[in-house]
Write a protein that binds this ligand. Structure first.
Ligand code: FES
Length: 116
């Protein structure tokens, strides 16, 4: 399936969120309440560079900010990259991403606090 609805697994947070058809990784993350680093959102600054395992469509990006070698070595710009299958991502430095709101997390908290 091309540009379908795929799962994005974020490490080391170990959480999964869904990407809509033709949605970039960054847009899917922000919609899910996960704050991936970003700047211009147009493929020109490189702030949103992440590591990715799995096939993505890289989109139109600055060749300075994302070289062909980086593409071959599992990097992409999250503001432009669109998953072509279920993928796994992580920040370049390996640190956890900031989670502002994550529905399953809140649902877990709710269940824990209310003993439901
Ligand atoms: S946010 Fe600038 S290249 Fe993605």
């Amino acid at each position: 399936m091309q540009n379908g609805k795929f799962k994005i697994h974020l490490l080391p947070n170990n959480i999964t969120f869904l990407c809509r058809e033709n949605e970039t990784i960054l847009d899917a993350a922000l919609r899910a309440g996960i704050e991936l680093p970003h700047g211009c959102t147009k493929g020109g600054c490189g702030v949103c560079k992440i590591k990715v395992k799995g096939k993505v469509e890289f989109g139109r990006v600055s060749k300075v900010m994302l070289t062909d070698e980086e593409k071959e070595n599992g990097f992409c710009l999250s503001c432009r990259a669109i998953p072509l299958e279920d993928i796994q991502i992580s920040l370049v430095d390996g640190s956890p991403a900031r989670v502002v709101r994550y529905d399953e997390f809140y649902s877990f908290l709710f269940k824990t606090r209310t003993n439901l």
